[in-house]
Design a protein around this ligand. Structure first.
Ligand SMILES: NC(=O)c1ccc[n+]([C@@H]2O[C@H](COP(=O)([O-])OP(=O)(O)OC[C@H]3O[C@@H](n4cnc5c(N)ncnc54)[C@H](O)[C@@H]3O)[C@@H](O)[C@H]2O)c1
Length: 185
């Protein structure tokens, strides 16, 4: 139980990597806020409770900064702190560059990159007060090491997360906040 009494928020936790991350954190004893735009968050919380841990479902669109601020506020109101943020929410709608329209580009950048900015901004006031925080950004090998046909916007957003992570890590180190990125393959 490495994470007993820690409070974690995982975005995009209704399914996939986010859901498995939420369950893994819960297995280590963390209280987990399961956030997503889908109703699946309630089932994930039930799974967390079945593990003997505590969970809270909060619906929030990471591209909307009012919703991410509300997510952080509700977390602090219920649990008193935020120790871990996993910026996992991401979309990857395939489209060739030739067919890609401005709104396709904006949507992917808003969710994948601005979403990381919004959620990070929402949690850091509390983490700074605590002098403790762990922020984990989920990027991808697509954009970091390799390109991917049909995912120009996605690759750009994921490369953006790497730059964001490096700069944020330097800026927040003085407050005891670690910022890292994971690039799944
Ligand atoms: N699966 C892979 O092979 C792979 C590889 C590299 C990187 N990644 C990254 O890992 C992360 C998770 O991928 P996955 O395969 O589990 O994806 P997934 O599509 O299975 O799950 C993504 C979750 O994010 C949620 N989501 C979408 N838009 C959202 C928004 N605006 N606000 C909040 N939540 C939103 C979805 O509802 C969904 O539950 C993504 O950032 C993805 O880019 C995945």
């Amino acid at each position: 139980m490495k994470l007993k009494n820690k409070v974690a928020i995982v975005t995009g936790a209704g399914q996939g990597i986010g859901k498995e991350t939420a369950l893994a954190l819960a297995k280590e004893g963390a209280v987990v806020v399961v956030s997503d735009i889908t109703e699946k968050i309630h089932d994930v919380v039930k799974e967390i409770e079945a593990l003997g841990s505590q969970g809270l479902a909060i619906k929030a669109d990471v591209s909307n900064n009012k919703e991410t601020e509300e997510m952080a506020k509700k977390t602090v109101k219920k649990f008193g702190r935020i120790d871990i943020l996993v910026n996992n929410a991401g979309i990857f709608p395939f489209k060739s560059l030739l067919e890609m329209r401005e709104e396709d580009w904006d949507k992917v950048l808003d969710v994948n990159l601005k979403g990381v900015f919004n959620c990070t901004k929402a949690v850091i006031p509390k983490m700074i007060k605590q002098k403790y925080g762990k922020i984990i950004n989920i990027t991808s090998i697509a954009g970091v090491k390799v390109g991917h046909v049909g995912l120009v916007h996605y690759c750009a957003s994921k490369a953006g997360i790497v730059g964001f992570t490096k700069a944020t890590a330097l800026e927040l180190a003085q407050y005891g906040i670690n910022v890292n990125a994971i690039a799944p393959g």
